[in-house]
Design a protein around this ligand. Sequence first.
Ligand code: ZN
Ligand code: ZN
Length: 100
Amino acid sequence: MIREQQGKFVCTNCNFTYSSMLGDDEVPEVCEECEIYYIDDKRIYNYKLIENDDYEPNKECTSCDVEYTCWDCEAEQIRERYPEARYTDHLEWIVPDGTK
Ligand SMILES: [Zn+2]
Ligand SMILES: [Zn+2]
C-alpha cells in the first residue's frame, strides 16, 4: 500500500519512495516496485524467484526425456534444494527472500 508521508509517497511494504513530483493521479494504486507473487489468489510478500533453476532429468522417469525434466521431477528437485519453495499462481517457483 502506498501512503503519503511528509509529502512523499512511500510504499508501506517495500519502502520504495515515489517522487514527490508525481501528481496524486500519477502515483500507482499498487506499488510497481514490490515483487509480489500470488498463491491461491493471496499475495505473497518477501519471496523471490529461484535463481538456480537447472534440473536433471530423471532417468527412471517415463515422463522425463534426455534433455527435458518433467514437472514432477523438477518439483521434487526444487523441494529438495529449497524446502521452503512455493509454486505461484503464475507457475513460478519462489523462495523466501534471503534464501541462497
Ligand atoms: Zn512496494
Ligand atoms: Zn520425470
